[in-house]
Design a protein around this ligand. Structure first.
Ligand code: COA
Ligand code: AMP
Length: 636
């Protein structure tokens, strides 16, 4: 029997009481004046007037409770052949020491620090060190290029950047330092300090007066026995900024506060994920994404669990048994990853033969998120792993699941295609364009009645107007998720597609609008459209359609190659922008809007109707022929 209905009803009848009770699992310097203050911020703020420290709750608290010898982080890196267990005691020592290194460089409460690092323990140490001294971190994913890093530097004006000399991708070393130097060159804002973790795979050259060697700085501070204490911050102060793709080249700086974030994440560990303190939880994501922030670093540590930090891939490091090896060696009880990782494993090991080589008997559940989970993948995982497979839906903006099957409250019946039901905190509605609820089964915009729950974004970094216009104005009184979908008679949610031009490539959130801006900037391009087409492995892939300027006379495919390189240089390899098709004209409505939806339907080989407003129907035939000639229609 699930307790979900009872718990959800308890939240709905008195949300403040519900969250105040959950907040008892957190240690506070000062309790809140108001559990929820409706007059503060853009739509109200949680735990107004409280004081706390997130790093204290992640580390000190467990050490003080006598659990210092418990493993906090297990670093497993097949790409460097390293395994390291860091206890809570050791983690506290490392974090407090590094926090002192930052404090010695003048970083104090409210200062921003960019963290540009691969999946190494120092990434989590840097994040927690910032939290300890009240600095606001902003982690930038390693697969982003210099220009993306520069945009973030200018937006959040960090006093310091903490980076590694390199990341390691299968078969290639990604040197971060030249990208960092280039980004600082490009940015108008210049950070005062860069702390560089030198990795032996690529030793970076250092800039005198600005760059500090991580190991040397830590060794010096350690020798002097200096450690930074936890700084009390307002519960409503930002813990971090995490940039995510919007509809333009300017990413959105999602702000996460301290108090609400701790309360929701701590609540989610036993109730949604069914995890006890001391158990091993593995989010196979990257600290550069929200899943990494919430479920590699903060939630497991807030809960006193052990978190796996895995520097590798699901396949190729060295084989499709990589996940099962990690699960068996470290006795993982719950795995959280994106469906694409399972599609990659299934592609290389359809029979699941590698699973049999390992003892994965500790595994109790698999959670999937980041993109729509297809039924084939879920069923394959269910059959091969013989554990509940739970699709759950969330966004960078919310920081924790909007809808899930709450394992800890008792599992609900699975309906394939649905991430199950809204979690407490989320009053989920399906609305039409007039903000009126639609009937069960009918599709509309998935919207959350305000206020958002604790942990969800209170605003965008220094952009309250953009926050309001992006999320709150379309449907007054609601937060619009920009996902379309429906709810059935039983209250199960179905998330069908984005309503904006955000796409999900291998679980990575990208903006086709941003790619269009870059492609349109090429001197030979007259106009273009970038659309996300279905892909069996990565879920979606971006494809560019370009019309060249009249009179451009270049070798076949030359401009296309340049465009691929341009997007790789501007956004980074993670954009996976590898397909460009030159066409004579783009299909448009009579008012000049490009018919991206129709182009997507053609590429995905779905049924489509001739749009009534089309300007020239012949263009769709031209495009279809051009796609066919290049095998760019699904299944062709
Ligand atoms: N630093 C530098 N480059 C990176 C990178 C990083 N941290 N992560 C990815 N890249 C590069 C890849 O090397 C690849 O480069 P290439 O074009 O030269 O081959 C490119 O970015 C695209 O990466 P990706 O889309 O991840 O494809 P992939 O073929 O390398 O791997 C999967 C495919 C499915 C194995 C991989 O995407 C994966 O493990 N996904 C899990 C999803 C996930 O973690 N989602 C996060 C939210 S839960
Ligand atoms: P991100 O901000 O990177 O977490 O991406 C959020 C977007 O990913 C959502 O708005 C959805 O479009 C999509 N998404 C995440 N999880 C799911 C899911 N379980 N089912 C369907 N779509 C999902």
């Amino acid at each position: 029997m699930t307790r979900y209905h009872e718990v959800y009803a308890a939240w709905k009848s008195d949300p403040e009481e519900f969250w105040a009770k959950a907040a008892q699992d957190i240690t506070w310097y000062k309790l809140w004046d108001k559990v929820f203050d409706p007059y503060m911020g853009e739509y109200g703020r949680w735990f107004a007037g409280s004081e706390c420290n997130t790093a204290y709750n992640c580390l000190d608290r467990h050490v003080e409770a006598g659990n210092g010898d418990r493993a906090a982080i297990i670093y497993d890196s097949p790409v460097t052949d390293t395994k390291q267990t860091i206890t809570y005691d050791e983690m506290l020592h490392k974090v407090a020491t590094f926090a002192q290194v930052l404090a010695d460089r003048g970083i104090t409460k409210g200062d921003r620090v960019i963290v540009y690092m691969p999946m190494v323990p120092e990434a989590a140490i840097a994040m927690l060190a910032c939290a300890r001294i009240g600095a606001i971190h902003s982690v930038v994913f390693g697969g982003f290029a210099a220009a993306e890093l520069a945009t973030r530097i200018d937006d959040c004006s960090p006093k310091a950047i903490v980076a590694a000399s390199c990341g390691i991708e299968p078969g290639r070393i990604v040197e971060y330092k030249p990208l960092l130097d280039q980004a600082i060159e490009l940015a108008e804002h210049k950070p005062e300090t860069c702390v560089i973790l030198q990795r032996e795979q690529a030793i970076a050259s250092m800039i005198d007066g600005r760059d500090v060697d991580w190991a040397a700085a830590v060794a010096g501070t350690e020798a002097e026995g200096r450690k930074a204490p936890c700084v009390p911050v307002a519960g409503t102060d930002p813990l971090y900024i995490l940039y995510t793709s919007g509809t333009t080249g300017q990413p959105k700086g999602v702000v996460r506060d301290n108090a609400g974030h701790m309360v929701s994440l701590k609540w989610s560990m036993p109730n949604i994920y069914g995890i006890e303190p001391g158990e091993v939880f593995w989010a196979a994501s990257d600290v550069g994404w929200v899943v990494g922030h919430s479920y590699i670093v903060y939630a497991p540590l807030l809960h006193g669990a052990t978190s796996i930090l895995y520097e590798g891939k699901p396949v190729g490091t060295p084989d499709p048994g990589a996940f099962w090896r990690v699960i068996s060696e470290h006795k993982v009880v719950s795995l959280f990853t994106a469906p694409t990782a399972f599609r990659a494993i299934k592609k290389d090991d359809a029979e699941g033969a590698y699973i049999g080589k390992y003892d994965i008997s500790h595994l109790r559940s698999l959670f999937l998120a980041g993109e729509r989970a297809d039924t084939d993948t879920i069923q394959w995982a269910e059959q091969k792993l013989k554990v509940p497979v739970i699709d759950h839906w969330w966004q960078t903006e919310t920081g924790w699941p909007i809808a899930s099957n709450p394992l800890g409250l008792g599992r609900m019946p699975v309906k394939y295609g649905s991430p199950t039901v809204p979690m407490p905190g989320y009053d989920m509605q399906v609305l039409d364009e007039n903000a009126k609820p639609v009937a069960p089964g009918e599709t509309g915009t998935l919207a959350i009645k305000l206020p958002l729950p604790p942990a969800a974004l209170p605003t965008l970094w220094q952009a309250p107007e953009r926050f309001r216009s992006s999320y709150l104005t379309e449907l007054p009184g609601y937060y619009t998720t920009s996902d379309a979908g429906y709810m059935d008679e039983d209250g199960y949610v179905y998330v069908m597609q984005r309503t904006d031009d955000v796409i999900n490539v291998a679980g990575h959130r990208l903006s086709t609008g941003q790619m269009e801006e870059i492609v349109a900037g090429h001197r030979d391009v007259a106009e273009c459209a970038v659309i996300g087409v279905e892909d069996d492995l990565k879920g979606q892939l971006p494809v560019g359609y370009v019309v060249l300027n009249a009179g451009v006379n270049r070798e076949d495919g030359e401009v296309e190659k340049e465009l691929v390189q341009l997007v790789r240089t501007e956004i980074g390899p993670v954009a996976a922008f590898k397909n460009v098709l030159t066409v004579k004209r783009l299909p448009k409505t009579r008012s000049g809007k490009i018919l991206r939806g129709t182009m997507r339907a053609i590429a995905d080989a779905r049924d489509w109707k001739m749009p009534a407003t089309i300007d020239d129907p012949a263009i769709l035939d031209e495009i279809t022929d051009a796609m066919k000639a290049r095998d760019m229609i699904k299944g062709s």
